[in-house]
Write a protein that binds this ligand. Structure first.
Ligand code: MRU
Length: 362
């Protein structure tokens, strides 16, 4: 990914000291590009909870570096640090996946060797995510190419929800990776960006990313998708995900399910892009078995933006004493999903296809 022409990853180790960890403060985007420097596990847990860093794969990589920072300070706290980091957010399974990988790599090492091994394992997780997302891009590209072939010189209209781009991963993104590759290959692409209330990941983050990459896009209110589909303005929906069950149910940002329903009603293909770290083979039924994060009411009652004179301000938009509810994710049943784009290829969202592609996970 590039910001102002400079290539970055979404997380990296500060080269000048070789141990502190840099992340973009996503609560400041798109108004300020501010790289935070994380120096201990507490800062990492805060960054994940407060969503300074977010997106399922990136949360996993950040937690892995949190373990490394904890091991640098006190290598005898491995189990406790992993428990704390794993408890920061409940829905994205990548967090548990990364912590379990860290535990497996470190548990049997003498404490004196744990810090170095933890940094190496966290770096391997980050490298794996970047390479995996790039492969997702390659495997998703033919979906867009096929549509472009059917309507030469007319933009392929993709609708996406939330942010599943490089800000949600170490690099490339999941749902946005095929879009970047299609754009770079010269396909005419236009993206409908759902604003994604309450936290506006679409309006703030996806629009920022696509703009930085020069991809034509339009931000729409979350409620616009069904209308656009009814009028033939959407060729394909591609979203990311925070957890996919062994039967293919998909947890993703709240509002995704409604897009899947509208897509089905209008014959629009609904694809879900995911890395292997997002598969949770321990659960089958997403609706009853995936814990859905409930976040603060303030995310619904308040809006943050930049004033004309450049100040970042938060204002209340909900009437006086009205309470709010804020479920952060929903589950789209596998029957509404056209298919899954993974680093190993594209498959149907069925138990058989998932088990066939990932036999080592069964
Ligand atoms: C590639 S992460 C999956 C996304 O589609 C997802 O909804 C997401 O961005 C994660 O939610 P967030 O609550 O912003 O961490």
């Amino acid at each position: 990914m590039k910001i102002d022409g400079v290539a970055y990853r979404s997380i990296w180790v500060e080269p000048s000291d070789g141990w502190s960890v840099r992340i973009l403060d996503q609560t400041k985007l798109p108004w300020q590009v501010e790289w935070l420097r994380l120096t201990d596990e507490d800062q990492v847990t805060h960054a994940i909870r407060a969503m300074q860093t977010r997106g399922a794969p990136l949360i996993g990589a950040t937690a892995a570096y949190g373990v490394a920072l904890a091991m640098r300070r006190d290598p005898t706290t491995l189990e406790e640090s992993c428990r704390r980091l794993a408890g920061t957010r409940p829905t994205a399974i990548n967090l548990r996946w990364a912590i379990e990988r860290m535990l497996a790599a470190l548990r049997n090492l003498p404490p004196a060797h744990r810090a170095a091994a933890a940094y190496a394992e966290a770096a391997a997780i980050a490298d794996d995510d970047a390479a995996t997302c790039e492969a997702i891009g390659r495997n998703g590209l033919p979906l867009l190419q096929e549509i472009a072939d059917r309507k030469p010189n007319i933009p392929v209209n993709v609708l996406t929800h939330c942010n599943a781009g490089w800000l949600a991963t170490v690099d490339w993104g999941t749902a946005l990776a095929p879009i970047y590759m299609a754009h770079d290959a010269g396909l005419p692409i236009h993206v409908w960006v759902d604003e994604t209330r309450p936290r506006n990941q679409g309006a703030a983050l996806t629009a920022f990313e696509l703009g930085a990459h020069g991809v034509p896009h339009t931000v729409v209110a979350d409620n616009a998708g069904g209308h656009l589909m009814q009028h033939g303005e959407v060729d394909i929906v591609i979203v990311g995900t925070d957890r996919v069950t062994r039967q293919g149910d998909v947890a993703n940002k709240i509002g995704t399910y409604l897009k899947a329903l509208a897509a089905r009603d209008n014959g629009v293909p609904f694809w879900v892009a995911l890395p292997h770290s997002t598969l949770d083979m321990r659960v089958a039924d997403g609706i009853t078995e995936i814990p859905i994060e409930e976040r603060s009411q303030a995310e619904v009652t308040d809006l943050t933006g930049r004033t004309a004179d450049g100040r970042i301000e938060t204002i209340r938009v909900v009437a006086g004493g009205s309470p709010a509810a804020n479920p952060a994710f929903d589950v789209t049943p596998a029957r509404l999903v056209t298919g899954l784009v993974t680093e190993r290829g594209r498959i149907a969202a069925t138990a058989e296809a998932i088990a066939g592609l990932y036999p080592e996970k069964v």
